[in-house]
Ligand binder design. Structure first.
Ligand SMILES: Cc1cc2nc3c(=O)[nH]c(=O)nc-3n(C[C@H](O)[C@H](O)[C@H](O)COP(=O)(O)OP(=O)(O)OC[C@H]3O[C@@H](n4cnc5c(N)ncnc54)[C@H](O)[C@@H]3O)c2cc1C
Length: 216
């Protein structure tokens, strides 16, 4: 997926694990997934991004603005996260802000977090004010940027076919329109999420189409 800005693209190569990625349009979240993703030189990719890309494509095709939100601490709600940061500040009050971030974020994300939260990296933890702590929590829970496009079909994992399923007899895979023409796999207007569903569809429909064609 394409999106973000130059600052975000500087994170290219960074992989995030155990995050919650969600997408919204018109103020409503339309999809979300927990797992692994990565930053690229022009946006984001990786398993959960691929899983959610169809919904994003559809929203963009409708002309809607789409926003990605990464929750970097999905297992902690805001209250728990605030408490965790508070504990850290009490235990190590002299720690610089940049060192505090090391306990919360992957190394490659620290400079970006400093820029987004606008807090001096040398500031001592104990002197962080309410707004600065809120800015940090906001970054950890609502790391948000606009998605402007999806990659070209050359990079797609599945194409959503061409032949509508209501034009195919599902007990033989024969065309309802052209007798003795059989369809299987990717050419059918049907797709599933990543995880083997599309290959299974290709194997099952291929077997049925081949078997049906052999017995006519
Ligand atoms: C990078 C990538 C990763 C994927 N990962 C997964 C995954 O993890 N899980 C999953 O379920 N699915 C995955 N898929 C999708 C899955 O591979 C496809 O849905 C499935 O292979 C489709 O099978 P098919 O036989 O219909 O088409 P294809 O596998 O595309 O086979 C079509 C064949 O027809 C040949 N061909 C094309 N034109 C002609 C012609 N004119 N004459 C003769 N031969 C021709 C092609 O060379 C090709 O060998 C992935 C796809 C890609 C691209």
């Amino acid at each position: 997926m394409i999106g973000g800005n130059k600052d975000l693209w500087s994170l290219s190569g960074l992989s995030l694990k155990n995050v919650e990625l969600s997408f919204s349009a018109n103020g409503k979240t339309f999809s979300s997934e927990f797992g692994e993703m990565l930053f690229t030189h022009k946006g984001i990719s990786g398993p959960i991004v691929l899983k959610l890309s169809r919904g994003v494509y559809e929203q963009l095709a409708m002309g809607n603005k789409v926003w990605a939100n990464i929750d970097l601490k999905p297992k902690l709600d805001e209250k728990m996260l605030r408490q965790r940061i508070h504990n850290e500040l009490v235990e190590t009050p002299k720690k610089e802000y940049q060192s505090l971030l090391k306990t919360l974020l992957p190394k490659l994300l620290i400079l970006y977090a400093i820029k987004i939260t606008g807090v001096d990296k040398h500031k001592q933890s104990s002197t962080l004010n309410k707004q600065e702590i809120s800015a940090l929590i906001s970054f950890l829970k609502y790391f948000c940027f606009e998605i402007t496009g999806v990659e070209s079909i050359k990079k797609a994992i599945v194409t959503h076919g061409g032949v509508p399923i209501d034009e195919i007899n599902s007990s033989s895979m024969m065309s309802n329109i052209v007798p003795n023409l059989y369809f299987a796999g990717e050419v059918i207007c049907l797709d599933g999420p990543t995880g083997g569903f599309n290959m299974q569809k290709a194997f099952s429909t291929g077997y049925l189409a081949g078997f049906s064609a052999s017995v006519i």
